[in-house]
Write a protein that binds this ligand. Structure first.
Ligand SMILES: [Ca+2]
Ligand SMILES: [Ca+2]
Length: 192
């Protein structure tokens, strides 16, 4: 990570990388954007390297021209949520033999019979979890609640807050956060 930060700094700053001796003599100046929610700022300061990685992945994966706008960050978050939702729904889609959107017990049993012991156990557990009223049938509403619960478990709010925080690193206020802006800010919190 230090190598990446150093590389980003070299790419984005004409000046030489700050001397380590100077940085060791005084604590680094913290210049995180003031509009960051306190708990997000705390998380970034605790692991600036992790935040720089996350921001770089986000910008490379979902940004344009080395920068990302808030709307594209929301799209990235929605894509993650859709992935987790689809992952939770898939075992049930594979068991919905008559494709009516409702899982009857015999449908799940038929699917379970084709699986390994481990797979069968997993499907049974998912069935118990999804069948909220335990009547043996999983309705579309139960399925939807099951999927949203899986999304809530998988997409941790603190991670989404960190992704949204990337947009705040818009030092030149052009509406996007760039790799250079992130690198410049991270230099002040992770000088070594
Ligand atoms: Ca069905
Ligand atoms: Ca039910």
């Amino acid at each position: 990570m230090r190598a990446v930060l150093a590389l980003l700094a070299l790419l984005t700053a004409p000046a030489p990388y700050p001397a380590l001796a100077q940085e060791a003599a005084a604590p680094p100046t913290l210049v995180l954007p003031a509009s960051l929610p306190p708990e997000v700022a705390e998380a970034i300061l605790a692991r600036p390297d992790r935040f720089a990685d996350l921001a770089a992945d986000l910008i490379h994966g979902h940004g344009t021209g080395g920068a990302i706008a808030p709307a594209a960050i929301e799209t990235a978050i929605a894509l993650d949520r859709a992935y987790f939702r689809a992952r939770a729904l898939r075992p049930f889609l594979e068991a919905d033999l008559d494709a009516d959107g409702t899982l009857q017990a015999p449908e799940i049993a038929a699917r379970a019979a084709t699986l390994s012991t481990t797979g069968r156990a997993r499907l049974m557990r998912q069935q118990t979890d999804a069948d909220a009223d335990s009547d043996g049938t999983i309705t579309p509403a139960e399925l939807s609640r099951h999927a949203e619960a899986a999304v809530a478990r998988a997409s941790r709010p603190q991670d989404e807050a960190l992704l949204r925080a990337v947009a705040i690193f818009d030092a030149n206020t052009d509406g996007t956060a760039s790799l250079a802006e992130i690198a410049q800010a991270m230099q002040t919190v992770a000088p070594d």
